[in-house]
Design a protein around this ligand. Structure first.
Ligand SMILES: [Zn+2]
Length: 442
């Protein structure tokens, strides 16, 4: 691994610039309302201008007007080595200013934080990537290998007009890339003054959003009915919602629990994982969903009048399966709903898992330790989904690594898509230093 000398560390301007870049991005409203309703072009043009300013040649790509992604390549010292992909999405979910302490698109700085929709999801990482790359270009420092930078649209709707579209239509842009870094990982979880776990995302559950339909005989509500669609659907939905899926430990979650158990001095009882997970405090909600498949009923729809039996009833189910357990999950669901209920996929997207090992992982851990002597990198699984699902289709090993050293009391996971999303400016500067070291060593 390359040793980074003090002279190679990012200049003070990169660490100052990251705050300015993040603030500018937060002030651009790039809300993605789903179903094709979004607009990333302003943010994309901003990013492209910042890349062009330091001599890079960004390409803007749009499957539809306004749904813009930006791609560029940074030349590395050894062009024979496979490139590293750094991807970040430019869109954000909606925010209602009435709920917020500071306007969600104001980019205000208060209490040591930048406030705004996207502050941690994920204009923070977009800004850190820009700041580090601009510094590399300005100072003429070449990373060891080529970097492919992708600032993409539409992640918040699953990427059909962003990452997934790029992978389907322009896979050559990512040719030879072997690893990628992006959200949701690299953030600290404080154990005590001397020990912080940095959760590196190495796995994601798969998504199986489905619509269930029951059909029966329509008729008058006063008559006898043995073939009632509402009754049949309600029974199927109840069976799914009440079902307790078996506990399964994938390699990522096993490693994570071992590391957390070790850090907290808790005995991990694999025969009683629910009790063990309950002891994890703030992490329990996040980790609890990564020890089994899950299926939550979320929508019901039937009928239009109380005295009319409808011929059809439908339900929405949010299903999530563990890596390697997709087929098993589908057959579990089909057993639960039975043969008379029709199942259609609304979204079916893959689960992702890559081993927590290799030079890239070593470089992440070393970069974190260099900036925080109390850092310990651990792998974890995200119960949600990111653009990693799309890029992993190209055989790229995807990691959530957007390094942030967070204050112990900040409810980080609660801020995703939440009110008063904000990022400490110190954490952004920390992220720039860590990313710079990581890029110099990977
Ligand atoms: Zn995100």
């Amino acid at each position: 691994m390359t040793t980074v000398t003090a002279a190679e560390l990012p200049s003070a301007s990169a660490q100052d610039e990251v705050v300015e870049l993040c603030r500018d991005l937060l002030r651009i409203d790039s809300t993605n309302r789903g179903n094709g309703d979004g607009f990333e072009r302003t943010a994309a043009e901003y990013v492209a201008a910042k890349l062009a300013e330091v001599g890079l040649e960004p390409t803007l790509l749009e499957p539809e007007p306004g749904r813009t992604s930006v791609i560029t390549r940074v030349e590395g010292a050894d062009p024979s080595r496979p490139p590293l992909l750094i991807h970040g999405h430019l869109d954000v979910v909606a925010a209602d200013p009435a709920d917020w302490t500071h306007h969600p698109f104001g980019g205000e700085e208060a209490d040591g934080c930048l406030w705004g929709r996207g502050a941690i999801d994920m204009k923070d990482m977009d800004a850190m990537t820009l700041a580090v790359v601009r510094d590399l270009m300005r100072t003429g420092r070449k990373p060891p290998r080529d970097l492919v930078l992708a600032f993409v649209a539409d992640e918040e709707a699953g990427g059909p007009l962003g990452a997934s579209w790029l992978v389907n239509n322009h896979p050559g842009l990512f040719a030879e890339c072997t690893e990628a870094i992006s959200e949701v990982g690299g953030f600290s979880y404080t154990i005590n003054d001397d020990l912080r776990l940095y959760l590196i995302q190495t796995a994601e559950k798969g998504m199986a959003w489905m619509k269930l339909t029951a059909r029966g005989r329509a008729g008058h509500g006063s008559m006898l009915s043995s073939d009632n669609a509402v009754t049949a659907l309600a029974e199927a939905v109840t069976r799914v919602g009440r079902h307790r899926f078996p506990i399964i430990l994938t390699p990522t979650v096993h490693q994570f629990l071992d590391a957390v158990g070790d850090a907290l001095g808790i005995e991990i009882d694999t025969d009683d994982l629910e009790t063990t997970v309950a002891k994890l405090g703030a992490l329990a909600r996040m980790i609890g969903a990564t020890i089994s498949n899950t299926a939550n009923p979320t929508q019901l729809n039937a009928g239009y009048k109380v005295n009319v039996i409808p011929g059809e009833a439908t339900a929405g189910i949010d299903g999530r399966f563990l890596p390697g357990h997709e087929e098993e999950f589908i057959s579990q669901i089909d057993d639960l709903i039975g043969p008379d209920i029709r199942r259609e996929w609304v979204v079916l997207d893959r689960a992702v898992e890559t081993p927590f090992e290799g030079p890239v992982v070593d470089a992440m851990a070393a970069a974190l330790r260099a900036e925080d002597p109390g850092a310990r990198a651990v792998p974890y699984m995200l119960s949600g989904g990111t653009d990693a699902k799309s890029f992993s289709r190209l055989g790229i090993r995807c990691f959530g690594f957007s390094p942030l050293r967070l204050p112990p009391d900040l409810d980080f996971s609660g801020m995703f898509h939440g009110v008063d999303e904000r990022v400490p400016t110190d954490a952004l500067r920390f992220g720039v230093r860590v990313l710079d070291r990581f890029l110099a060593a990977s």
